[in-house]
Design a protein around this ligand. Sequence first.
Ligand code: B12
Length: 212
Amino acid sequence: MSILTDISENLQRGKAKIVKELVQQAIDQGIPVREILEDGLLAGMSVIGEKFKNNEVFVPEVLVAARAMNMGASLLKPLMAEAGVQASGKVCIGTVKGDLHDIGKNLVKMMMEGKGLEVVDLGTDVPPEKYIETAKEQGCQVICCSALLTTTMGVMEEVVKQAETAGIRDHVKIMVGGAPVTDTFCKQIGADCYTPDAATAADAAVALCKGA
Ligand code: B12
């Protein structure tokens, strides 16, 4: 088995320490950073993403796989700039003001990172102006809002309105999600995209960053 397949398989099993060791070995063997990332880490994360979408694995498995992904990626990050590996896009994500639920938001973040996106994590209880400020200052192509409470979903509409007022609405897309959020709600508030889970959210964000 090649070391890259080994990385992918151990990542899928959530073996973070082994993944980190294997990534270091791959670096030491002179395997290009892009190959380690794409054929090792991202390949494994993509299998997990598909399985999650099909209900073959669940939240705990995704969390441990994502942790392994992050451990491996932490070794690659400093080498990526040198190797010229470009992130496939930049997004910011946060749970809206008044809402402290972050398990789903963290999963979405991890899956997005697994797809090669650069993700600015704003945390929880994020006021609308913070999303706008971050998108403007850091050049995010997509703003992602998560809400788990029916009482906080409305904040997402305010994010859309403030993006319009700030004049960034034509080039920054807005994605919404969280258990009470629906496609109908997304359309109603004038956001661009709703998806029901982390794997589809990551695919959609990549597509939005590519301008699809
Ligand atoms: C865990 C939990 C908590 C934890 C949160 C811990 C944490 N760090 O997140 C604690 C105990 C703190 C908590 C507190 C409260 N909670 Co609570 N909580 C839950 C619970 C059990 C699970 C939520 C969860 O993590 N699900 C798992 C994740 C993976 O799913 P998810 O968040 O939906 O995310 C997925 C998708 O929605 C999507 N997604 C998520 N975000 C985004 C974003 C984008 C852009 C996209 C595209 C997709 C996307 O991808 C994710 C992965 O597939 C739910 C019940 C439930 N079954 O949902 C209640 C629930 C959400 N809580 C509820 C309530 C009422 C509260 C409290 C008000 C309780 C209280 N009286 O204090 C407080 C509110 C605190 C606050 N201000 O936020 C209610 C909400 C009712 C409602 N309709 O508004 C629920 C539904 C329970 C219930 N049946 O009453 N809660």
